[in-house]
Ligand binder design. Structure first.
Ligand SMILES: O=P(O)(O)OC[C@H]1O[C@H](O[C@H]2O[C@H](CO)[C@@H](O)[C@H](O)[C@H]2O)[C@H](O)[C@@H](O)[C@@H]1O
Length: 368
């Protein structure tokens, strides 16, 4: 991976071989801001690239194996991303600030981004948790009148749709494994039927089974929450007392051991079980570009905005295609394939609004 070691100002196809990757997740319920966290810092706001890679490797998980050591490593990693533990850092905040370098701000470099998009069709991709908020609905609606727009989330598609409630968007839920385009009649729908893609559909019964087993196994642990995200299952630790985390991790591991076709990824206070297919948010982006008719085009300019480690797959695709840009939403140090940054969802909203204004102006000028 050709990741940049990027630090932003302080204050987050087909069936094939199992993928091993750490999946960071975001903390952004429909109604609440997520707390600041640092990726894989055992307590500090910033760590070196090699230390982060080590942590990533420790967190990599294929199916089964590892026993107690594995569970400890999941729990340690979960602990490391906890804001409480960040406070216990041996580094002072001012020391953390000194280490920081800035990924160019997408807002400060708005004109430059627009210049790069000249003559190309902008297509918008937005992560949900940690990137959008319910108050942005009007802005997203305006955005979708200007550009094809997709929401790409780890949550199940129906849930994201319930939060956003805009029929004119594309939705890619379950980390891109459940894609549906706008209904017919939408400006961007090519055929008569909405685009649908569910590359992991054969896993549905298995995921349901796993969901039930995890609910049963964690029901005695206060605060544990198992979320059925249709093509993946998320087990949340957020409300579980820390001393009980290994109990939950043990339950996850014991279930996962029975399903060699499933793998585990990890986010902030969440463990996720998903199919071992080679499909992620990057693949979803490629699929959507293709369905919009931009498969082999040079005149397309995708902009993907996200805060989650799983969004890195999409940033990477853009980098490899040398098309458009990834914009990372983060206030803390991260290795990323994004090209620009925005610090928080309010900045995302400003950026989206500027895009809308820019488009309207360009339209007016074209009519003069
Ligand atoms: O791909 P995203 O849209 O960024 O979704 C990532 C995950 O978001 C949700 O979890 C996050 O929010 C929870 C609060 O609602 C929080 O407790 C958790 O720590 C966060 O990771 C969602 O519940 C997950 O299923 C998504 O994968």
């Amino acid at each position: 991976m050709t990741n940049q070691n990027v630090v932003v100002p302080d204050t987050k196809s087909g069936i094939s071989l199992p993928m091993v990757r750490l999946s960071g997740s975001s903390i952004f319920p429909a109604t609440a801001q997520k707390p600041p966290t640092a990726p894989g810092t055992g307590g500090g706001g910033c760590i070196s690239l090699s230390a982060k890679k080590k942590l990533l490797l420790e967190n990599l998980e294929i199916n089964g194996g590892g026993g107690a050591a594995k569970i400890n490593s999941w729990v340690d990693s979960m602990r490391a991303s906890s804001p409480t533990h960040m406070k216990s850092s041996s580094q002072s905040l001012s020391e953390q600030h000194q280490q920081q370098i800035t990924l160019p701000s997408a807002l400060d470099n708005f004109d430059q981004i627009m210049e790069a998009s000249r003559g190309k069709q902008i297509v918008m991709f937005l992560d949900y948790d940690g990137t959008l908020s319910p108050i942005m609905r009007t802005t997203v609606r305006r955005l979708a009148t200007c550009f094809p727009t997709a929401i790409v989330s780890g949550r199940c598609r129906d849930k994201v749709y319930k939060f956003v409630r805009l029929a004119e968007l594309y939705y890619a839920g379950s980390h891109g494994m459940d894609i549906k385009g706008p209904e017919k009649g939408s400006k961007y729908t090519k055929g008569t039927e909405p685009v649908i893609c569910q590359p992991a559909s054969e896993f549905l019964p298995m995921i349901d089974e796993v969901f039930k087993e995890l609910v049963a196994k964690t029901k005695l642990t206060p605060g544990a929450k198992v979320e059925n995200n249709k093509f993946c299952v998320s087990v949340h630790f957020r409300c579980v007392e820390e001393k009980k985390w290994s109990e939950v991790a043990e339950a996850v591991k014991s279930v996962l051991n029975k399903y060699p076709k499933l793998r585990l990824s990890q986010g902030r206070k969440v463990l996720e079980i998903r199919p071992t297919i080679k499909w992620d948010k990057g693949k979803a982006l490629e699929f959507l570009l293709e369905s919009l008719g931009f498969a082999n085009c040079t005149d397309v300019f995708p902009i993907y905005i996200g805060d989650d480690r799983t969004d890195e797959d999409a940033f990477k695709v853009l980098k490899e295609r040398e098309q458009g840009f990834g914009i990372l939403v983060s206030k803390v140090a991260k290795d990323t394939n994004a090209s620009y940054s925005l610090q928080e969802p309010t900045q995302v909203m400003d950026f989206l609004q500027r895009l809308v204004d820019w488009k309207k102006l360009a339209f007016q000028e074209s009519r003069m």
